[in-house]
Design a protein around this ligand. Structure first.
Ligand code: ZN
Length: 669
């Protein structure tokens, strides 16, 4: 599970420690790399990389190579024409000899930047297909000028996919009541209906199995000879060429493993990629979650299932990172007290974990982002996802602080606070405490929230179906919000002011009820799981606190503002909703979960929506942000071993994307 970046975090100018501010002044680091459509591309620093050992740098180098090698897999998972379209548009772009200031060329460039960002022809967040602003005739004419070997034989088909708004309109459709598979353009299913897929898995699943594999995690489901069939992502199977390159680099990385345990983790991952056996993936996940002594760590595989309308198949991703030892003292204090938090959570004791196992939480520095974590990336991750592994072996939870820091520094002085925050005293509270409470919120969400609670025996972990992701994020967020106001955080030395939590509460409600709407196009509903979760919590609290006027929507000079009148009561409301969401999860109460989502999380008030869009547009802030990676260059000794690895931050967005397409595209011919 992952915690996505909350829009306003990047938008609200927060106070930095004097140290950070000074470092920033002395050493001008240009965070903003590119800006187009609704997107801003940033770069991030990798502080501490130079101080790692040569061995660790070698390990990181090969792991980053294994990370970039999987890029095409995600592109193909996201849509079956994505790789062909990327190749087509890149070819036209790089061979273009006409006027580069022309409207058509500029529109083509913008489209290319968008599909790079979306890892395909759909927006990474809204899932809607990008609308090209260049003409079909322009594209077709430019194609005729390409060398013959670069002219696609299926240009008519590709043009239809690019230009016809009715074709592949949505990557993941979540609309209740529709066939979610046939109406979704993602390439995880072909020629099968939702009913057929559900019947297939229901027949396959053994509900008495206490350690079930993650069904469908690494497969594409198709119809072969009238039978529903899984095509497995593995060496010799689907995506074999890319997986071979991943395995090759993992094998090299293994030579630089920090210890035996880490070498075993890599071995198991290689075995899984070779066999495609999901039981082997579980073995690997257990080894991985138990490896808590290594400083370097990584994810590489089919992990999160947000891109699957049924929430089963994992999107390919990789993040390579190393522990920020100093900042990790914060999360260690939390995980050492995990049992206390579990025992005091405001849920029915039947749904609490009697023994919280090994919640390991750390603050990390990302060294590379790839696949589903690139260019848009989460700020926190909690894995593995398999419930039984989490229950028996615990989970690893991370906060990616060099990423949150880049967001914050890049957004300094955006004018957002002045526009949307109700008064000066609230702004001051946010200036002072939002950076730390936001980070603590992420820590609590990932390190304790997702790991808390338990299912009643026999409850299917997929019982909440299409609403599972939203409700799980809701649960983790509520756990974090509830405890953010707890005196325990002061006792643990994580906060120094009992009022600090109000900064995060205000931002959360403001975002959930208002400012996150800037990401939604006029007339559209809220669809993405994290956005739904924030809306659900905020709207529910607003409605249930209404008789006591806990949250108020006030109008000042024609503008709507959020006013929170009773923060203590708001905390209780968060606790009450947490109790209900945990019950829904523990009992697998699909109807109750669906009703909450449908009532609070989906529908947008169009008047308020338009107001937010209008006020927001005047600030000229990009609603979405993502990152380019640093470039790592190894230096070899005479025996071919890595003697050092150089890091460079200067590559721009276009150069990086074209380089990746040129040098790391095993799936395009
Ligand atoms: Zn989460």
């Amino acid at each position: 599970m992952r915690l996505k970046h909350i829009a306003t975090t990047a938008l609200i100018a927060v106070a930095f420690s004097t140290q950070t501010a000074m470092a920033n002044n002395n050493n001008k680091f240009n965070y903003v790399v590119d800006r187009f459509a609704d997107i801003e591309v940033l770069r991030y620093k990798v502080p501490g990389f130079e101080n790692l050992s040569t061995r660790q740098k070698g390990l990181i180098y090969y792991l980053t190579e294994a990370a970039i090698a999987g890029r095409d897999i995600l592109w193909d998972q996201n849509g079956k024409y994505n790789l062909s379209i990327r190749q087509l548009i890149e070819n036209v772009y790089t061979h273009f000899t006409g006027n580069k200031e022309s409207r058509q060329y500029k529109a083509l460039e913008k489209y290319l930047k968008l599909i790079w960002f979306g890892n395909g022809i759909h927006h990474h967040y809204s899932m809607d297909k990008f609308v090209p602003e260049f003409d079909e005739t322009f594209l077709r004419y430019e194609v005729t000028k390409l060398p013959e070997s670069k002219q696609p034989s299926n240009i008519d088909e590709l043009c239809k996919v690019i230009f016809d708004p009715t074709v592949a309109a949505k990557r993941v459709n979540q609309a209740e009541g529709e066939d979610l598979i046939t109406t979704s353009a993602c390439n995880l299913y072909e020629g099968v209906t939702q009913q057929q897929v559900e019947d297939y898995y229901n027949a396959l699943k053994d509900t008495t199995d206490l350690t079930p594999i993650s069904y469908g995690l690494n497969t594409r489901v198709t119809m072969v000879d009238g039978k529903v069939t899984e095509q497995v992502y593995r060496l010799g199977g689907l995506y074999s060429e890319a997986i071979a390159r991943i395995v090759d680099n993992l094998t090299k990385a293994r030579e630089y493993a920090e210890n035996e345990k880490q070498a075993t983790v890599i071995d198991k991952l290689i075995s899984y990629y070779k066999s495609g056996d999901l039981a082997m993936f579980d073995d690997y996940s257990i080894e991985w979650v138990e490896d808590t002594n290594s400083q370097v760590d990584f994810i590489n595989g089919f992990i999160e299932s947000y891109g699957d309308p049924l929430g089963m198949t994992g999107a390919w991703e990789s993040i390579v990172n190393f522990k920020n030892i100093e900042a990790s003292q914060r999360t260690e204090a939390m995980s050492e007290n995990a049992q206390w938090f579990e025992d005091h959570s405001p849920v029915d004791p039947r749904f609490r974990k009697e023994e919280v196992k090994g919640v390991t939480a750390k603050v990390i520095t990302a060294a590379i982002l790839a696949g589903d974590a690139y260019p848009a990336t989460p700020i926190g991750i909690n894995l593995p996802n398999a419930n039984w592994i989490r229950a028996a072996h615990g989970s690893k939870s991370v906060t990616i602080e060099n990423i949150t820091q880049a967001y914050d520094e890049a957004s300094h002085g955006s004018g957002f606070n002045e526009e949307f925050v109700i008064d000066e005293s609230t702004r001051q509270l946010m200036d002072k405490y939002l950076f730390i409470t936001d980070n603590l919120h992420t820590d609590l969400h990932e390190c304790l929230g997702h790991g808390s609670g338990r299912l009643l025996p026999g409850v299917d972990p997929d019982a909440l179906k299409a609403h599972g992701s939203t409700l799980e994020e809701t649960r983790a967020d509520l756990f974090a919000l509830y405890y953010l106001a707890d005196p325990k955080l002061l006792e643990l030395g994580l906060l120094d002011n009992p009022e600090a939590y109000k900064a995060e509460y205000y931002k959360y409600i403001l975002n959930g009820m208002m400012t996150q709407l800037m990401r939604i196009e006029p007339g559209k509903d809220v669809e993405e799981a994290h956005m739904r979760n924030r809306k659900l919590i905020s709207e529910w609290a607003y409605e249930h606190g209404r008789s006591e006027n806990v949250i108020e929507m006030v109008t000042i000079e024609g503008k709507t503002f959020i006013k929170i009148n009773d923060y203590e009561r708001l905390r209780e409301l968060f606790g009450e909703l947490l109790e209900e969401i945990q019950r829904i999860k523990s009992e697998g109460d699909y109807e109750a979960g669906r009703d909450l989502v449908e009532k609070y999380a989906v529908k947008v008030d169009s008047k308020l929506h338009n107001e937010v869009l209008e006020r927001y547009s005047r600030l000229n802030i990009a609603p979405y942000k993502g990152f380019v990676n640093p470039v790592y260059t190894p230096i070899f000794d005479t025996e071919g071993n890595i003697a050092d690895v150089m890091i460079d931050y200067s590559e721009d967005y276009v150069s990086q994307m074209l380089r990746y397409s040129r040098d790391y595209s095993p799936l395009t011919k």
